[in-house]
Ligand binder design. Structure first.
Ligand code: CUK
Ligand code: CUA
Length: 624
């Protein structure tokens, strides 16, 4: 099974629109340009819908039909994660992660409120890198993990329910930037510490001495989300990716200078890639070679650490030009490619050589010149790399093996460049982070949209552009502009066959007890506490009215007993800041105080049926 055949099969069975493109290719082959001209009527038809590129690749998904892929994108400062269908680029849902979100009731019921509170109590986060769990080097569709750069955290999203189910506040790490699962079986989740801080960061020590600052790589257990160990390094870290067999984790660095100012951070012509040798680090932890800081074993991975002397260092420091940003491993696990943000090259590092060479730079086996501001690289599984050029506003396609054969700084490996609009950060190709990328679609996540959309004031949307990369002969084709609210950074694109979401909740998966119709209870516990357990269904709640006393603390637990998929209800209580949103078979609980006497209409805020407006109950708060 070679990759090209596999992806072509999936593609042919996909979309009527794309089959029309095959027809165009046949036309072009038969009659050259006149063949293309013969398709103008088809093209103009699609131009009306706005879904066809200039030469006719079509991403439209007919009404009622499903997309081929899930794209899971970070939401940046929104603190959330978004799910698009690909190739249509339709946004299907947003999953709140570090941000309370009333539309999901997230951060409003006791459980999610407590989870956010335990994770530091912040009301926002900065998500960059959502990665999907893998088994045997392929997406298993169980979980996605995403970082919080703003507060040094990592979250887990359960892809059975498309909801955040765990957050860890990572000790000794202030800005968690890169995030990645250890492959091939998601044995660890890595959080890459970007901001150098004093460790422990308690304001003591000499804060003007760079040596008292550091940053750590954190290894997190994917099941219980505990931080297992950390490694302290010299310099700083930015993005990260792991080798496919689990031996190494790689990070890029832009501040080996250990400076605190922009000019200081860009002084050196080279920074580095760090290759963390995971088995050696685990052996060091096992042998007790660590210091416990804030309850986490921290292994010393700095250059002069005893653990880095001799033939078996725990961290290799590989110098690469200048302020590198993106770092990603090729699907065949041969190379790790890092882009020199302030240098026009990417460095191709031979993974097998890292532990063999005496001079670490000898592991760099290719250094093609790609263009200005190379940031991130994605793969099609056919030996090509696609790198975003932030300053040139382009995506460059290049040949990885040719880059290894060519002289350093040669442009000959470059196959093609395509303009994007404008200033791309990440780009992501379908299943690019697996051993077997699909090789058909690529999304360029552009930071500036400038004039591409109707103006909406000084705050512009981002522009996520869809590019077809499945045709090496005719080249890349820009297919769609898709506005996005700030700010997607990275994404993972997973075939729909690998994710199996549930249509209703399984009550067994929830901690709270199910309350069936007829089992509703309302009980006074002690002097000032009322516990309510009830259900919701079309079109009423378990209680038509609930009478309590001013000052009572009310614990209200509600089960949506609907078994029909998509039949949601909610529990909204005016002037109490309560909103529980309940999917079928879901149970949630909210605790609040009834501190103002009066009558409050509890209502269903989620439009559910023709009697949605009548779906109400009264909370009656009697004065003391
Ligand atoms: S990212 Cu986090 S700064 Cu290039 Cu991976 Cu956007
Ligand atoms: Cu139930 Cu609206």
């Amino acid at each position: 099974g070679d990759q090209t055949t596999g992806s072509t099969d999936g593609f042919d069975s996909m979309l009527p629109g794309v089959r029309r493109r095959d027809f165009m290719k046949a036309g072009a082959a038969a009659g050259g340009l006149s063949g293309l001209a013969g398709c103008t009527s088809l093209l103009s038809e699609d131009d009306v819908q706005g879904t066809a590129s200039a030469s006719g690749v079509d991403n439209s998904v007919p009404p009622g039909e499903h997309d081929e892929y899930y794209a899971i994108l970070s939401g940046g400062q929104a603190g959330d994660v978004r799910v698009y269908g690909l190739p249509s680029m339709r946004e299907l849902i947003r999953i709140p992660v570090f941000n309370p979100d009333a539309s999901r009731g997230y951060g409003f019921d006791d459980e999610s409120k407590q989870m956010l509170e335990d994770a530091g109590g912040y009301t926002w986060g900065d998500t960059h890198h959502p990665r999907i769990s893998q088994t045997d080097g392929d997406y298993d569709g169980r979980f996605a993990y995403v970082n919080d750069k703003a507060n040094g955290r990592m979250a887990r999203i359960d892809l059975t329910y498309f909801e955040t189910d765990a957050i860890v506040d990572i000790p000794n790490q202030q800005g968690t930037h890169g995030a990645c699962a250890q492959l091939p079986d998601t044995d660890l989740i890595f959080g890459v510490g970007e901001f150098r801080t004093p460790i422990p960061n308690d304001g003591t020590g000499d804060l003007e001495d760079p040596d008292s600052y550091g940053s750590v790589l954190a290894a997190i257990n994917p099941e219980n989300m505990n931080v297992e160990w950390e490694v302290l390094i010299d310099g700083n870290m930015d993005n990260g990716d792991g080798s496919k067999e689990g031996r190494y984790f790689f990070t890029s660095a832009y501040n080996t200078e250990e400076a605190a100012t922009e000019s200081g951070m860009t002084r050196a012509d080279r920074d580095d890639v760090k290759a963390f040798d995971i088995p050696r680090i685990e052996a060091a932890v096992e042998a007790g070679n660590y210091e416990t800081i804030n309850e986490v074993p921290v292994v010393d991975g700095r250059k002069d650490s005893p653990l880095n002397q001799g033939d078996e260092p725990i961290v290799h420091y590989i110098p690469t030009p200048k302020s590198p940003h993106g770092v990603s491993v090729t699907p065949d696990n041969e190379y790790v490619i890092v882009s020199g943000k302030l240098d026009p090259t990417a460095s191709v590092i031979d993974i097998d050589k890292i532990d063999e060479v005496d001079d670490p730079t000898d592991a760099i086996v290719g250094q093609p010149k790609l263009g200005l501001g190379p940031l991130h690289t994605a793969y099609d599984g056919r030996g090509h790399a696609y790198t975003t050029l932030f300053i040139d506003s382009q995506v460059v396609k290049w040949d990885i093996e040719k880059a290894v054969e060519a002289e350093a700084r040669s442009e000959s490996p470059v196959i093609e460049k395509i303009d994007v609009h404008y200033n791309p950060g990440h780009l992501i190709a379908a299943e690019s982070y697996t051993e077997d990328p699909a090789g058909d679609w690529l999304v360029s996540l552009n930071k500036l949209s400038k004039d591409r959309f109707l103006p909406v004031g000084p705050q512009h949307p981002e522009n996520d552009q869809l590019i077809y990369i499945g045709d090496d002969e005719n080249g890349m084709e820009l297919v769609k502009d898709s506005p996005a609210q700030a700010e997607p950074h990275d994404a993972s694109i997973c075939h729909k066959s690998k994710i199996d979401p549930k249509a209703t909740y399984d009550p067994e998966d929830l901690e709270l007890d199910y309350t069936a119709e007829g089992e509703e209870t309302m009980e006074r516990v002690g002097d000032d506490r009322v516990e309510i357990e009830m259900y919701s269904t079309r079109n009423h709640y378990g209680f038509q009215e609930m009478v309590v006393q001013e000052g009572d603390e009310i614990e209200m637990q509600v089960t949506n007993i609907e078994t029909t998929s998509d039949m949601l209800h909610s529990v909204a209580i005016p002037e109490h800041d309560v909103h529980m949103r309940l999917a079928p078979q879901e149970t949630r609980k909210a605790t609040f105080t009834a501190d103002e006497p009066g009558v409050y209409w509890i209502y269903c805020a989620h439009f559910c049926s023709a009697l949605h407006l009548e779906m109400r109950s009264r909370l009656i708060v009697k004065p003391e």
